[in-house]
Design a protein around this ligand. Structure first.
Ligand code: A4P
Ligand code: MG
Length: 183
């Protein structure tokens, strides 16, 4: 029988959606330290809640943190969210970069100041190493601004090759972080 209207041909798969159709559990790190960071983080949370084929299932508190990397930049606001998604990692990265672009994100300097940074921290237990993507995020296991909010929403999460979030947290100094109370 011929295909109906705009239905895709039998067997065709939308390249942005995982072939299995199963939901993956993904953690995304948010960071901002330019031009009203709290506003950028709140608006990014709205954008993440509207992603296709996805449900935003957990949102951590927001935290102020001292910059890691160049010190001549303002403090950051950071948070971590959990997303259940049918998107492929690459499709999710495309959507995250589109949200960053809507926040006038400019890429001038590695680890430099930014209106909005969205990093895929964990994608199920997948290990991904492609031209565009490295997951687990290679720096996350020793960053307080990632581990503290991640521990809040998923203390049992495990970073392949490094251990559980709660155990990793015991090994690092998080004294530069403070919870945002004025949201
Ligand atoms: N990319 C590779 N893997 C990933 C991933 N898991 N998630 C690629 C997202 N993107 C990933 O990113 C450069 C390229 O990394 C992307 O095009 C993508 O294909 P970018 O956002 O343009 O550059 P960047 O963020 O400056 O570099 P990088 O290495 O991702 O930096 P990080 O690790 O994100 O660190 N201090 C505090 N307190 N809080 C912060 O949020 N953030 C940074 C940035 C430094 N210091 C900070 C904070
Ligand atoms: Mg980044």
């Amino acid at each position: 029988m011929a295909g109906r209207g705009s239905d895709p041909p039998a067997g065709a798969i939308n390249p942005g959606v995982r072939k299995s159709g199963f939901m993956a559990r993904v953690f995304i790190g948010l960071g901002s330290n330019l031009d009203d960071p709290l506003k950028h983080i709140q608006s990014a949370l709205d954008g993440l809640a509207k992603l296709p084929d996805s449900t935003l299932t957990k949102v951590s508190s927001l935290y102020y943190s001292r910059p890691i990397g160049p010190q001549d930049q303002p403090d950051f606001v950071n948070a971590v969210v959990q997303l259940e998604t049918r998107l492929t990692p690459e499709a999710l990265l495309d959507h995250l970069q589109a949200i960053e672009a809507r926040h006038s994100r400019e890429r001038k300097k590695k680890w430099g100041p930014r209106t909005l940074d969205l990093d895929i921290l964990l994608f199920d237990d997948d290990m991904i190493c492609t031209r565009r993507l490295r997951v687990p995020h290679p720096e996350m296991h020793h960053r307080g601004f990632v581990l503290v909010p991640l521990n809040e929403i998923a203390p049992n999460a495990c970073i392949i090759g490094h251990g559980s979030v709660s155990t990793l947290l015991e090994e690092i100094d998080t004294s530069d972080l403070s919870r945002v109370t004025d949201t």
